[in-house]
Design a protein around this ligand. Structure first.
Ligand SMILES: [Mn+2]
Length: 265
């Protein structure tokens, strides 16, 4: 495998789009929790083991999205066969869409991760936080930075620790964990990877792309737009984020053709 930079730099990799400009909306498609390789659900996908990924990318293609962000648990676990990783990497590469992946608790960026063992990090249009980029990816043509703390092992951690200073006009964060308005981490047994309302506010980002919940929905306070996308097969949708020239951020859901919504949002 090629040695990759772990620096937070602007570089050619994934630094592409549909012809930039601050004079039009920047369109971002957000999904998470695809759990590819989960044998229990492949049957529900008609035996098609990459269906959720292709559905998300097809929606992004239809929308002429500038960027796709996948907020963790793209894979069910880190032991998946190389053949499957090769197939998945090819689907991502062939999409031609810039994609930023944040490893989650099911697919953390361990030394034997799905993101390191196979070719997942090889397509030019794919960036993986914690693997190809330590903490942030910059898309200078959009004046946009995407940052997030990857899961790097199976232990608990604070997904929104140490928010990153804004360096660009637009800033998006990604986090994979469980929202609890006021987490008290000293108070005994808690779900792991807690994300609190104040931590969300402190990011001061234009959009926070969350993963870990299978249902879609907004969390946090009235300031930062913080959304779970939900999993494709439960939410039946992706989140579509539009960064508008006037500074407004619009978020809506777009239905996926092959996944009827089950979460009644
Ligand atoms: Mn998860």
């Amino acid at each position: 495998m090629p040695v990759r930079s772990r620096q937070d730099t602007t570089q050619g990799k994934v630094n592409r789009g549909h012809g930039a400009g601050a004079d039009r909306d920047i369109v971002i498609v957000h999904s998470s929790d695809l759990h590819l390789g989960d044998v229990a659900t492949i049957a529900a996908w008609g035996g098609d083991d990459t269906l959720p990924l292709r559905q998300v990318l097809a929606a992004a293609g239809d929308l002429k999205a500038d960027l796709v962000v996948l907020a963790g648990d793209i894979f069910e676990h880190n032991r998946l066969a190389l053949e499957f990783l090769e197939r998945t990497a090819r689907i991502l590469g062939d999409s031609g869409l810039p994609v930023v992946i944040l490893p989650g608790n099911h697919d953390p960026a361990t030394p034997d991760s799905v993101y390191r063992r196979g070719p997942m990090a090889e397509p030019e249009n794919v960036a993986i936080l914690g693997v190809t980029h330590a903490r942030a990816v910059t898309f200078s043509q959009f004046g946009l930075e995407v940052w997030g703390h990857a899961h790097r092992d199976y232990d608990d951690m604070v997904p929104l620790r140490t928010p990153r200073r804004r360096r660009t006009r637009w800033q998006i964060a990604m986090a994979h964990g469980h929202y609890l308005p006021q987490p008290d981490r000293a108070a005994g047994p808690n779900p792991a990877w807690l994300i609190g309302r104040e931590e969300i506010a402190r990011t001061a980002v234009d959009y926070l792309a969350l993963g870990h919940w299978n249902r879609a929905g907004r969390v946090g306070g009235p300031g930062v737009p913080a959304y779970y996308s939900g999993s494709p097969d439960l939410s039946g949708s992706v989140n579509v984020v539009r960064l508008k020239p006037g500074g407004e951020v619009a978020v809506r859901r777009r239905r996926l053709e092959h996944f009827p919504a089950k979460d009644r949002v």
